[in-house]
Design a protein. Structure first.
Length: 472
């Protein structure tokens, strides 16, 4: 890589940002230093010439873009332009083409490596009081995202079969592993929703190496699979999941631990799955020792739900049924975390037009989310509360407000860091156990008709004076 002189505009900007990164206070900011990002690029053999949009600057602008309300490239470049103007640096072209090309040059692997590094770094620094009996808990959950309807996106992430061509959107499946203690994304995998081996279980198999001995995995009933539990146990990982709807729990059998709490043996299925080789099947254990227990959950509506939980935590004295029931109820945090990503950070509908850029956009959202979670962890430590007691949406608003004023000013950041953490530490989530709301909206939708044919065809009809849709 060509080296620039110390007086170049690029180095003025980079040195300025490095001063900000090297300030004490937020450990994850040091992870995202210019040196670290550029080292990550060299690790994947990505070299770059002397330009304004270096990998570090490009990533910084991309993060600013996904954290903003606007989400557009124009707004991101304008914010960068304002920074250069305020610090008497030469202006850049107002066109977004150079910035977009710089995003395309950045290797996709760099984005995902940064997501894992930041998420795990914050997760590993969690206070002991944030853990479950001293053990880290990781939540698995899946969701989907949609993207612009381009031929490239359709080829990689085809729309669902129930939609006619030209009327739907490409859709991708996303599997995420969250930290229960601090809420960061530890690992994620993307794939299409259509075709063989595209389920969340298939995505989980691609990231199962992420789990470490001593971890506890928390998941919904979809992951209550013999193969999942066996694979995690082989790695020294315990599970707490809800019993799959195709299985039944007979508490008259097995070794009794308490009322509707027993240990049973599951036998390996005789049929070899399509995705598993015979050698892998033979290597799987012939039996699994499983603990099943029933928990009763009553909410404010006086409705009582009976849930059967499956776990490999067999010691009833160390892991009491009531504690396991409380732990399983925290699985709902994964739903809230996904809502924060898709709604608060507007990741549900992506804007990039190629599969590679779609994956980069998702990874940048996850990286920005981890940075917010990192600030929340520091604020929680200062306020002596658990990070889950703080509001992600409130923290996001606070960070945006500080960013608008002086995000790139290291001197003011150092001065205002205690105030930033103090404000976020006060953004508490209300005590609302078993909150319930009607699944309906009060505001009426705009009276636009649905597009029931490809847009190009509709435009041709309009050109001929034909209205291709009805307001009825």
């Amino acid at each position: 890589m060509a080296q620039s002189t110390a007086s170049s505009p690029r180095d003025q900007f980079d040195d300025f940002r490095d001063q900000f990164v090297q300030q004490k206070g937020l450990p994850f900011l040091r992870v995202l230093s210019r040196t670290f990002v550029e080292t990550a690029c060299r690790h994947v053999n990505h070299l770059w010439r002397q330009r304004i949009y270096t990998p570090w600057i490009t990533l910084s602008i991309f993060l600013s873009q996904v954290l903003s309300d606007d989400h557009s490239c124009d707004d991101a470049v304008d914010r960068f332009q304002k920074f250069r103007y305020d610090h008497e640096l030469p202006p850049v072209t107002p066109k977004t083409s150079s910035y977009c090309e710089a995003r395309q040059r950045l290797p996709e692997r760099v984005f995902w490596d940064l997501v894992r590094t930041t998420g795990q770094s914050i997760h590993q620094k969690a206070n002991d009081s944030w853990l479950f009996q001293g053990r880290p808990v990781k939540i698995i959950d899946g969701s989907t995202v949609i993207m612009p309807d381009t031929p490239e996106n359709q080829a990689a992430y085809p729309q669902v079969d129930t939609q006619k061509p030209g009327l739907g959107f490409p859709i991708a499946r996303l599997l995420v592993v969250f930290s229960l203690a601090v809420g960061t994304v530890l690992e994620a995998a993307m794939g299409p929703c259509q075709g063989k081996q595209t389920s969340e279980l298939a995505l989980l198999r691609t990231v199962i190496a992420q789990f470490q001995p001593g971890d506890i995995v928390l998941a919904d009933r979809f992951f209550c699979s013999y193969w999942v539990i066996a694979a995690l146990q082989a790695r020294g990982v315990d599970v707490v999941v809800r019993l799959h709807q195709r299985r039944t729990a007979d508490f008259r059998r097995g070794r009794r631990l308490g009322r509707e709490d027993h240990i049973v043996t599951w036998t390996k299925p005789q049929q070899v799955p399509d995705w598993m080789s015979r050698a892998e099947y033979d290597a799987m254990p012939a039996q699994l020792t499983i603990r099943e227990l029933r928990v009763r959950v009553q909410d404010k509506t006086k409705r009582v739900r009976n849930l059967v939980i499956v776990t490999t935590l067999l010691d009833a004295k160390t892991y009491q049924a009531k504690e396991l029931g409380g732990l399983f109820r925290q699985r709902w945090y994964a739903e809230l975390d996904l809502r924060s990503l898709k709604t608060d950070m507007r990741m549900e509908l992506l804007s990039t037009k190629s599969p590679e850029m779609v994956r980069k956009e998702v990874a940048t959202h996850l990286l920005a989310y981890n940075l917010i979670r990192g600030i929340m962890a520091e604020a929680a430590r200062a306020a002596e509360v658990k990070p889950r007691r703080l509001s992600f949406k409130g923290s996001l608003h606070t960070v945006r407000a500080f960013e608008e004023v002086h995000l790139y000013d290291p001197a003011r950041i150092v001065a205002d860091l205690p105030r930033l953490l103090s404000l976020i530490g006060k953004k508490r989530v209300g005590d609302r156990p078993d909150r319930y709301e009607p699944r309906a909206v009060k505001r009426r939708p705009k009276p636009h008709p649905l597009l029931r044919m490809p847009r190009a065809k509709a435009k041709r009809l309009i050109k001929r004076g034909i209205i291709p849709y009805s307001k009825a």
